[in-house]
Design a binder for this molecule. Structure first.
Ligand SMILES: [Zn+2]
Length: 152
């Protein structure tokens, strides 16, 4: 699943659990695994699809960074929880930028294997990813706005 969607889910979780950042982080990790089990966009792994994957990954990475800024920036009193949720929700996808930029995957092999085995990817599902992104960005934006008004 696109990392932008994991960012938005993590922000929503962090806004809800902002008083307990460690729990927000753990729930973010759980959300990543649950979301990766759902049917989502992806390309067959291999050298033949690397350029196409990179084309999407660059845009997704920038969109994910923008989503972090848009959701955590105004979060003020919720920011620690929101960032903890985002960190947990995106942690498992550190393998892709780490391999690309440093030619090293810091994720232990058994965890990496599990993460790859649970994927339900297909190349025709980009539309689903965009719809999910819109929904999750709206939800997390509302939760951050509500939390700003009600949190001490
Ligand atoms: Zn993943």
């Amino acid at each position: 699943m696109l990392v932008t969607n994991h960012v938005a889910a993590g922000a929503a979780i962090g806004a809800l659990l902002h008083r307990r950042p460690a729990l927000a982080f753990a729930a973010g990790v759980a959300s990543h695994l649950a979301m990766d089990c759902l049917p989502h966009w992806g390309l067959p792994r291999g050298p033949e699809s690397h350029a196409s994957f990179l084309h999407v990954a660059k845009r997704d990475g920038l969109a994910g960074l923008a989503a972090i800024a848009v959701l955590a920036g105004p979060a003020r009193n919720l920011r620690t929880g929101v960032l903890a949720g985002i960190a947990g929700a995106t942690l498992l996808d550190v393998d892709k930028p780490a391999k690309h930029f440093f030619d090293h995957n810091p994720v232990p092999a058994p965890i990496q294997d599990f993460h790859e085995r649970i994927q339900r990817e297909a190349p025709h599902r980009m539309r689903n990813e965009i719809l999910i992104a819109a929904g999750l960005m709206g939800l997390s934006g509302l939760l951050v706005a509500r939390g700003r008004r009600t949190a001490p």
